[in-house]
Write a protein that binds this ligand. Structure first.
Ligand code: ADP
Ligand code: MG
Ligand code: MG
Length: 193
């Protein structure tokens, strides 16, 4: 989570630039605000289990991010954390399964499907790559998320603010898919650390 906060801080300007093309130019700031609040909370007291860490960060995102991404990422992390249960250690396979549940919860909350040009276009392929490898290959998940984010460029947005643009949303990379790829990259980097 702190590696994600670092990546979000580093890439905030880029995320906002992407959101200025097909949204309201706040995605970088939304994510930065949420993950800095989460970082501060984790700095005060680290929850006892990996599941509790994710639930704590998820709650923080919901309470500090005003945009659509707050409840969506909040749901992703809370649901993933809940699915991890109360174990003090989590296997890669357990994390892959829990992340899959978290991503499903995002799809349910936002009503988006694959190809709608949202964060799910990075998250679905990441979870698939992880599940296919039996939870072993976080690097494949990172690469799949990044490819998924890049592949949102030719898509027309069917959910969220970008969908208001209709065909004019074509030709731009989705900001939320881009931040989702950052999250997967932070996870892959933490896994090999
Ligand atoms: P807002 O659009 O409220 O300003 P952000 O700019 O922080 O919120 O986040 C925008 C991102 O949220 C989009 O790029 C997209 O990836 C994601 N998003 C928006 N609506 C949905 C949805 N219904 N399902 C999944 N992701 C969505
Ligand atoms: Mg926005
Ligand atoms: Mg906004």
């Amino acid at each position: 989570m702190t590696a994600t906060a670092d990546a979000v801080a580093r890439e905030a300007d880029r995320l906002t630039e992407l959101d200025s093309a097909i949204g309201d130019a706040d995605h970088g700031e939304n994510m930065r605000r949420g993950f800095e609040a989460a970082r501060a909370e984790l700095g005060e007291e680290i929850p006892a289990t990996p599941g509790a860490v994710l639930m704590t960060v998820g709650r923080k995102l919901v309470s500090t991010v005003g945009g659509a991404s707050g409840p969506l990422y909040g749901t992703l992390l809370r649901r993933t954390g809940k699915a991890l249960g109360s174990g003090e250690r989590v296997s890669r396979e357990e994390l892959a399964g829990a992340l899959s549940a978290g991503v499903e919860a995002v799809a349910q909350l936002g009503g988006a499907a694959a190809g709608d040009k949202t964060m799910l276009d990075a998250l679905f392929p990441a979870v698939e790559a992880m599940t296919d490898s039996g939870g072993k290959d976080f690097e494949a998940a990172r690469a799949a998320a990044e490819r998924g984010a890049e592949e949102t460029v030719p898509l027309q947005a069917r959910k969220g603010r970008a969908s208001y643009l209709g065909e004019r949303s074509v030709g731009h990379q989705d900001p939320g898919a881009t931040s989702a790829a950052l999250l997967m990259a932070a996870l892959a980097a933490a896994d090999t650390a």
